[in-house]
Design a protein around this ligand. Structure first.
Ligand code: PLP
Length: 461
């Protein structure tokens, strides 16, 4: 019980009224059902995001992953706040559609129903004013396979792919998969907000640069790029014949007062014609493991070249869930986005008031992610020296991995290490706040306690 400075997971949960969930909850158990009721009692229009829905014991990367490392256990883990999925029970429309389909106990090959494509087209038109030509839209088993298909089409092995960093670490896997190389343009921070360094971006384009992966809204910084920023970056790409691969998987997560601008909605049609867009319902509705995504373009040549490299498969559950999300999940999503917006406000105020060793940037404009500067924590716990000593002894360990482990062991909170997000990511951690407010509050309180000067455990990890 040396972990968590004496405050274990049970005591946090008790303090925040979560004691009933302190143990592992098997999916489908009555406890899981009771804890995660989708609707608040007596109110048919307000969805319940407040009641924590335990994922421990469900093979979830976010919660069971940190336990599997052996650095914590189910009694000490206060919150898994890593990989980008949500802790909320799915929208009732999704569960109902899946339950209905389960009644037919046969899972053979599937044609893509017209209504699936129509749902995607209608959603993008209604919410974002984008006209997608269904003939220039194709399904993929995820945004990654879609991006990989485009990279195979346009970026031969050994050529460069532009990234504006820090950026989603999964892109580096796509580059490895296609034998391409990252050309990183580190973003600038102006008044706490990230922005592109346009001159650096342009300077980095060479004859070997064929593609740029745009992340909009941006993971991990949360930026919703403005029409001006997108146009300027689009003009540079057009001028240098660099194709824009716009990953807009986080598009439905937009903070209050902010706006997501689809790259394909820019008024300059030449810029739009130089792009493909990759999307899914998975981030919006918590369907990540359903493996269902799609991409589109206004440019038939770019679309066909990508399609030629896309081995598309559609799973029955992925199709049913995504279709139901778009046709019946909008109110749930709107309320969820609103709820997460409140979580963002809480993180901003709590960290500023109670965790002086961690610095936030301007409130994220989109996504359910928070990008945190932990350089002072790294310094206090001697992360650099520890990482160097461990690396000397064998496997390469980064200072951010030391901070990650320290947070798990001392606060029971699992975050993602910033160095994996490319240049500019060192000394940072990414926090996923798509969780109940109680869990978020417990995690922040646990971090604050662990980082109090009297509590700060600088002993070897
Ligand atoms: C920006 C971004 N793109 C793509 C993905 C993964 O997409 P998929 O699971 O559809 O392959 C993620 C997941 O976190 C992401 O944040």
């Amino acid at each position: 019980m040396s972990q968590n400075n004496g405050l274990n997971r049970r005591s946090f949960l008790r303090n925040t009224g979560l004691a009933a969930l302190a143990g592992a909850v098997a999916p489908g158990s009555s406890l899981a059902a009771a804890a995660g009721a989708a609707m608040a009692p007596g109110d048919s229009t307000k969805f319940d995001f407040d009641t924590p829905y335990s994922r421990i014991g469900t093979d979830s990367v976010k919660w069971d992953g940190p336990i599997a490392t052996g650095n914590t256990d189910k009694d000490h883990l206060v919150a898994g706040m890593g990989i980008a999925d949500m802790d909320f029970r799915a929208a009732p429309a999704i569960t109902q559609a899946l339950q209905e389909r389960m009644k037919h106990e046969l899972w053979g090959y599937l044609t893509v129903p017209k209504s699936f494509n129509e749902g995607i087209v209608a959603w993008n038109k209604r919410r974002y004013g984008v006209d997608i030509d269904p003939a220039l839209m194709d399904i993929t088993t995820g945004v990654h396979p879609g991006l990989i298909a485009s990279l195979r089409a346009f970026s031969p092995p050994g050529t460069k792919v532009l990234l504006t960093t820090p950026t989603y670490n999964g892109f580096y896997g796509d580059l490895r998969n296609t034998g391409t190389l990252a050309e990183e343009s580190v973003m600038k921070v102006v008044n706490g907000r990230f922005t592109f360094d346009f001159d650096d971006f342009e300077r980095r384009i060479s004859r070997e640069t064929n593609t740029f992966i745009l992340c909009n809204p941006q993971n991990p910084t949360g930026n919703c790029w403005t029409p001006e920023e997108l146009t300027r970056i689009g003009e540079i790409c057009l001028r240098h014949r660099v194709i824009v691969l716009a990953d807009e998987i986080h598009c439905d997560w937009v903070a209050k007062g902010q706006k997501y601008t689809p790259f394909a909605s820019l008024p300059n049609k030449a810029i739009v014609n130089n792009s493909l867009t990759f999307k899914a319902a998975s981030k919006s509705f918590g369907l990540a493991a359903m493996k269902c995504a799609w991409y589109y373009s206004t440019n038939k040549d770019l679309f066909m070249a990508t399609k030629a490299n896309n081995r598309a498969d559609l799973t029955t559950v992925g199709m049913i869930a995504s279709k139901a999300a778009y046709s019946g999940g909008e109110e749930w999503l709107n309320q969820c986005v609103d709820y997460v917006n409140g979580n963002h406000d809480l993180v901003q105020s709590f960290v500023k008031a109670n965790i002086p060793l961690i610095k936030t940037y301007a409130k994220a404009e989109g996504t359910y992610l928070v990008w945190l500067d932990v350089s002072q924590v790294a310094e206090k716990i001697g992360a650099k020296d520890k990482a160097a000593a461990e690396s000397k002894a064998g496997r390469t360990v980064t200072p951010e991995q030391i901070v990650e482990r320290w947070f798990v062991k001392n606060a029971g909170v699992a975050l993602n290490p910033g160095n994996t997000y490319g240049a500019g990511g060192a000394n940072h951690m990414r926090m996923n706040i798509a969780t109940s407010r109680k869990t978020l509050q417990a995690a922040l309180t646990s971090l604050a306690n662990a980082l109090k000067s009297g509590n700060l455990n600088t002993a070897a990890l």
